[in-house]
Design a protein around this ligand. Sequence first.
Ligand code: ADP
Ligand code: MG
Length: 332
Amino acid sequence: MIDLFGKRLIINTGKGGVGKTTLSAAIGLAAARRGKRVLLMELNAKEKTSRLFGSSPIGFEPTEVEDNLFAVNITPKEALREYAILKLRLKTLYRAVFENRFVRTFLRVIPGLNELVLLGKVWFEEQANDGPGGRPRWDMIVVDAPATGHGVFFLQIPAVITNIVSSGPMFDEARQIQAMIEDSSRTVLNLITLVEEMPINETIELKRTTEETLQVPLGYVIANAVYEPMFSDRQRDLVTAVRAETDSDGSHLDRLLEAATFRSNRVQLQREYIERLDRELDLPQIHIPYYFTERFNFMTLSKIADEIERQLTGRVDEDPPDPPQPAASGGG
Ligand SMILES: Nc1ncnc2c1ncn2[C@@H]1O[C@H](COP(=O)(O)OP(=O)(O)O)[C@@H](O)[C@H]1O
Ligand SMILES: [Mg+2]
């Protein structure tokens, strides 16, 4: 088993729409509830984390969305600006160089530059201390990686750079970033997937390319939106038997039986996909239920965080009981 809560850097990857942002937030929340100081990083995304926490929009500077839990959304432009100012020391020089129209056009066409500065920012936060010699600013950083393909490409960049240049500051930094993402004591890469045919195939493919092209330690495969069984095998057989005996006449009963059949087939199918993941990936799994809610809000996120805690540790910290209400004054 991998000690997920013991890692400093958790990178979550998977195709767009599989639940990366939601589950990154839930992992961060679960860790923050254990008392860890957590930074959630969305990278170059249409920021969605604020909606989950009901907070104000999230940008480059950390926003505290819950106790111990901070969130940022990083664009390459802001990350490059911070880096350049740090290196050049002078803001005016930054403006003269990086806000020059021709330089901007040039920067835009350097392949991998965006990915490099984003990953550089992750590294910068991982290294950051509260004051010189102080404790690390973050106990854990959860990275919501760009969608698959792109997601793996982004992790390949440091190696590409160290292969091209062999000395100098860029080389040193790329090497240190690479050392961070390859360090299994600090870092883990989780694969997030929906339990459907195409996403499963893509996840198996993703694991293969990851192992072929990267030395990044793999963590969990997180199967998201898993239908929980509603019926026992006996009940399922009963539904089949009753269906065989009744007309498909569109009646209320007929439609209920149809829905029950659909649901249990779905559960069965997902079970097979999960077995396939288990066989072909050989990674530990976390299963997140499908939540049927109209509004996916903090309450649902909180349930997912509890679910992750439960599956990783076999227990959930109960919320402390409400403090006793002060005795009503005036005897109402
Ligand atoms: N376990 C779940 N049950 C129900 N809906 C979910 C679940 N996980 C994610 N969703 C919904 O799926 C959509 C995509 O999730 P999101 O986290 O934004 O994916 P990604 O970041 O991978 O694009 C969102 O509308 C989200 O509310
Ligand atoms: Mg997302």
